[in-house]
Design a protein around this ligand. Structure first.
Ligand SMILES: *Cc1c(COP(=O)(O)O)cnc(C)c1O
Length: 393
């Protein structure tokens, strides 16, 4: 196991713990508890856990530990804690380091449940939250204060795919001593350089590209050993958001093929964006990997790739968007993303339905907007499917 390995090699081998049987595929340790040879051994383990020692699956489990070590190796993080869902990871990354009286600055364009934690939960416990336009560095600078303890944003926003400058925002945040927590789902672990660019903590919904096959929910928090073990773990192990060993096994297997899947998805996203830019039925094509995207230069200088999602805005509004969605033969209408199957969402009437009209306008969630999460089907088939559906829109 070496740090010099490429991500593809780490994704297959890092974190493996073989039992005495020498199994090739990782074992599922479907156990809640662990036994001790002696009372003295039990006592010692409760004082301090060694490398291969566990006491209870809410605290840790060998299969879950394999997943944590593998994803940590991929991300270039010292350590990781796996959780039952992406939101459990976001919640812990936000709540564990904060207390009443602290101030938080976050980007406004957020996944709905992330916004709920910032807008509804944290203020109830005396944490003050300021929301800013994540693209506007002067807005970040103006909002940051000496008592700002934490900064939170999605590196690429959903569903309008705005790309935030991780390096610049981290620099501003660190100048006031704030912890930088990044929800990195849309960047994907394959292309992420988020810690290297200056963020302190990275959070993933493993439900997306890591499982990547629509089976199970999961999440992970990555950062320094100090943050993961001294800040996140005490909160998580006592509040019960642990990932189940069976889910951890699915995520381990997901990591093995993630690079292949994500690379295929990105190639299709690039091809689709190129095929759709300038289409007469579209008011906008949003893809960070296309030269027409406002932050294309930033993408080229950081992750290098535009991700697995393309958003399009049909000039004919909601009716045209619905006709397009209903005419698809391969693409499926669903609100997940990062799946092997191509999934399409109409945010204005589903994921972002509850937002007030003015907030939808502010976030660019127009009636014609459709989010396309590319799957691993043949690129030509996907592009042909979108074009024939656009003809009917
Ligand atoms: C899906 C998602 C989440 C939540 O993850 P779950 O696994 O559904 O709990 C959080 N942030 C982003 C950006 C997501 O896409």
């Amino acid at each position: 196991m070496t740090d010099a390995w490429k991500k593809q090699t780490k994704a297959v081998h890092s974190g493996s713990r073989r039992s005495q049987y020498g199994e090739v595929s990782e074992a599922i340790y479907l156990t809640q508890g662990f036994v001790y040879d002696t009372a003295e051994q039990a006592e010692a383990r409760f004082v301090e856990l060694g490398e291969d020692e566990f006491i209870y699956a809410r605290y840790g489990n060998p299969t879950t530990r394999m997943f944590e070590e593998r994803i940590a190796a991929l991300e270039g993080a010292e350590d990781a804690f796996a959780t039952a869902s992406g939101m459990a990871a976001v919640n812990a990354a936000l709540v564990a380091p904060l207390k009443a009286g602290d101030h938080v600055v976050a980007a406004r364009a957020l996944f709905g449940s992330c916004l709920y934690i910032l807008d509804e939960i944290l203020p109830r416990f005396g944490v003050e939250v300021t929301l800013v336009d994540g693209l506007d560095l002067s807005a970040w600078e103006a909002a940051l204060r000496p008592d700002t303890k934490l900064v939170f944003f999605e590196s690429v926003s959903n569903p309008t795919l705005e790309v935030i400058d991780v390096e610049a925002v981290s620099k501003l945040a660190h100048a006031v001593g704030a912890l930088v927590v990044v929800d990195n789902v849309f960047a994907t672990p394959v292309y992420s350089r988020t810690l290297e660019l200056g963020a302190d903590v990275v959070v993933y919904s493993a439900t997306k590209h890591i499982d990547g096959q629509g089976r199970t929910l999961g999440g992970v928090i990555l950062g320094t050993k100090e943050f993961v073990r001294k800040v996140a773990e005490p909160y998580l192990k006592h509040t019960g958001a642990a990932m189940s060993p069976f889910t951890s096994w699915i995520m381990l297997k997901g990591l093995e093929t993630m690079e292949l899947r994500v690379r295929a998805q990105v190639a299709s996203a690039e091809a689709l964006a190129s095929a759709l830019v300038g289409h007469p039925k579209l008011a906008r094509v949003i893809y960070p990997g296309h030269p027409s995207h406002a932050q294309h230069a930033l993408v080229q200088a950081t992750t290098g790739k535009g991700g697995t999602v393309v958003s399009i805005d049909l000039a004919g509004g909601q009716e045209a968007a619905f006709r397009f969605l209903n005419a698809l033969e391969i693409g499926i209408i669903s609100n997940n993303l990062g799946d092997a199957k191509t999934l399409l969402t109409h945010p204005a009437t589903t994921t972002h339905q509850r937002l007030p009209e003015e907030q939808k306008v502010e976030l660019g969630i127009t009636p014609g907007l459709v989010r396309i999460s590319l799957g691993i089907e043949a690129t030509e088939d996907l592009v042909a499917d979108m074009l024939q559906a656009l003809d009917k829109a």
